[in-house]
Design a protein. Structure first.
Length: 308
């Protein structure tokens, strides 16, 4: 056999070592995936893509919302003129007076308003009993609802420069000249209140609410420097009700009883004063004598301490 045939034979019949190395040299075949694995991988990829899309939507919507909010705050929720202030409920206070009392300047950001502070300012500056403030966004406007005070009596209090005149409403609140400026306030009675102070307001409100017990002749309500409460009526003259305490209503009831039952002979003498500080033992002063009044029997007289 020739050398060429031997070479050919050796090329066509590889050695066992070459046969063993041949499978490691060629690429391995793709292993098939288990059933459902491809579907799960596809779902994961879809969820990942959906998360990215949602993130972009959130970024875009947040930017649009922030821009819209900025525009609304600067331009949309803005009071541009007095016509956007609505005032209702009052027959005496106008929109211009509310704007002036509240020191409102236009243009005015609606969200910059503090309803509670504005309500307190208007209550102090205007003759109103109640104030309600609300902000409305669409369309932007400010709504102010008022309840007018009813001036029940004229009044006087001690001011920095002497006696200061004013009015009193039905619950004893003070109405000064500034609050009543330009308003047609006329008291509903001829009662005069003297010595008004804030601490006396509850007692004054109780007297005004129960004035029907005293009768139609109530002319004056006075608080002296010691804090005692005095009433002046057309029928009984001066009534000293004493300190303001829990017996106030009882004293008013006794005053009503005396107004109906006081003996005619005493009525004609016009008593100097009647002391009701002790409602169970009222005393009446008559020209140098003091009478202790009993609701069920005629009065008995005694000389006042130190009298002649």
């Amino acid at each position: 056999m020739s050398a060429s045939s031997m070479t050919t034979g050796s090329d066509s019949d590889p050695s066992p070592e070459a046969a063993e190395a041949s499978p490691r040299a060629t690429p391995a075949a793709t292993v098939p995936l288990p059933p459902g694995a491809a579907r799960r991988r596809e779902l994961r990829q879809q969820r990942r893509a959906e998360r990215w899309r949602n993130l972009w939507r959130l970024v875009v919507f947040s930017g649009l919302s922030a821009g819209l909010a900025t525009v609304l705050l600067r331009q949309g929720w803005m009071l541009q003129s007095p016509s956007q202030v609505e005032v209702s409920g009052s027959r005496m206070v106008s929109r211009e007076q509310v704007i002036q009392a509240g020191q409102l300047r236009f243009p005015l950001p609606l969200l910059a308003l503090r309803p509670r502070e504005l309500r307190a300012t208007l209550s102090a500056a205007l003759p109103v009993e109640q104030v309600r403030v609300s902000r409305w966004m669409l369309p932007p406007r400010l709504r102010v609802e008022l309840v007018d005070r009813q001036a029940l009596a004229r009044a006087q209090r001690r001011g920095l420069h002497g006696p200061e005149p004013g009015f009193i409403d039905r619950v004893g609140n003070w109405i000064d000249q500034r609050q009543s400026a330009g308003l047609a306030i006329q008291p509903h009675s001829d009662i005069m209140v003297i010595g008004w102070q804030e601490r006396h307001r509850p007692a004054l409100a109780a007297v005004l609410a129960n004035r029907a017990l005293i009768g139609p002749g109530l002319k004056e309500v006075r608080f002296d420097e010691s804090g005692d409460l005095w009433l002046t009526t057309r029928e009984l003259g001066s009534l000293r009700l004493g300190p303001v305490d829990g017996q106030l209503r009882r004293r008013l009831e006794v005053a009503s009883h005396l107004n109906r039952t006081l003996p005619a002979q005493i009525r004609g003498k016009r008593p100097e004063w009647i002391d009701l500080s002790d409602p169970e033992q009222p005393e009446l002063s008559l020209a140098g004598a003091v009478r202790i009044l009993d609701e069920g029997s005629p009065a008995t007289a005694r000389r006042p301490p130190g009298g002649q």
